[in-house]
Design a binder for this molecule. Sequence first.
Ligand code: FES
Length: 92
Amino acid sequence: MVTLIVLPNIYLCPLGLILTAVGGISLCDLMLNEGVNVPHLCGKACVCSSCIVNIKQGAEVIRIATNSEKALLATNRSDSRLSCQTVLGKAC
Ligand code: FES
């Protein structure tokens, strides 16, 4: 079981949120299921980067980025991920 803390965001989740989930679900799907209106303009096909999130802690419980995800991340921030491609589960 993984606990995810969504920090407050005035547009997406004004009060913040604490979620729990088992592995195998993407951060995007988990947040959408809980009412956080995460942009996902390409339909979670890893081509738009609208779903970008910053991982502040807990990178050890998410799977590593694929090469296609890395290619889309147009930032040098090491904590940035595409939430549609970031799957909870053992990092590998
Ligand atoms: S929704 Fe387009 S890359 Fe994630």
